[in-house]
Design a protein around this ligand. Structure first.
Ligand code: E4P
Length: 217
């Protein structure tokens, strides 16, 4: 399973990259605003900086909601760096734009996916990634993980090449369960990734090894 970090924070991206396990980055307009990145020029420069920090795919989301606007914005974003993946909302014009970009060999990430039907449409339109938001489903007492499992089933039934990018991952168990269900990618915060490191038996075992080493020296 590929690990993407879901942030526009350059320090956190550097930290995940330094761990040696990072495969890419996802951003969205809210994550950009959280870092105080506003205005077209600053946003563009920020995407360039993120691309310079990581080797993998970097999702950059369009703001337009009409086909022509999405195409114009997406083409400008894709021209920034080959790592850029054009992130498009799961709406009618987003599906049309996804088909447009996929037929031109430009990578896409269809975002705000909350149902199997939406994921199926994105795959039919040739999306590189489809982003089911599992945490936001959990937030409304719906089983987000079940959506990942159902999309996996449908994509495997037809050998769709579209990768399932489990998004809105909030914690470490989300990461583990996505891996169990065969999600191709997960995107989450640094805390969810670093949580994978933790086990009390690792800590106590290491403390004992070091104490025993000291006794013998
Ligand atoms: C990723 O592509 C999404 O924008 C992100 O995972 C949403 O996460 P949230 O529901 O925690 O805001």
């Amino acid at each position: 399973m590929k690990f993407f970090i879901d942030t526009a924070n350059l320090e956190q991206i550097k930290e995940a990259q330094a761990l040696g396990i990072l495969d890419g980055v996802t951003t969205n307009p809210s994550l950009m605003a959280k870092e105080g990145i506003t205005g077209q020029d600053n946003i563009i420069n920020h995407y360039k900086e993120i691309c310079d920090l990581v080797d993998g795919d970097v999702s950059a989301e369009v703001i337009s909601t009409d086909f022509d606007g999405m195409v114009k914005e997406g083409e400008a974003l894709a021209a920034l760096n080959p790592q850029i993946v054009v992130k498009l909302p799961m709406i009618k014009d987003g599906v049309k734009a996804c088909k447009y970009f996929s037929s031109k060999g430009i990578k896409t990430n269809v975002t705000l996916v909350f149902s199997v039907g939406q994921a199926l449409l994105a795959a039919k339109a040739g999306a590189t990634y489809v982003s089911p938001f599992l945490g936001r489903l959990d937030d409304i007492s719906t089983d987000g993980m079940n959506l990942i499992s159902e999309i996996r089933l449908v994509f495997d039934n037809y050998n769709f090449e579209t990768q399932i990018l489990a998004a809105s991952v909030r914690n470490t168990m989300h990461v583990v369960n996505c891996a169990k269900l065969g999600s191709d990618v997960m995107t989450g915060p640094l805390s969810a990734i670093e949580g994978l490191l933790k086990h009390p038996l690792t800590d106590s075992g290491l403390a004992k090894f070091l104490a025993d080493y000291q006794k013998g020296n």
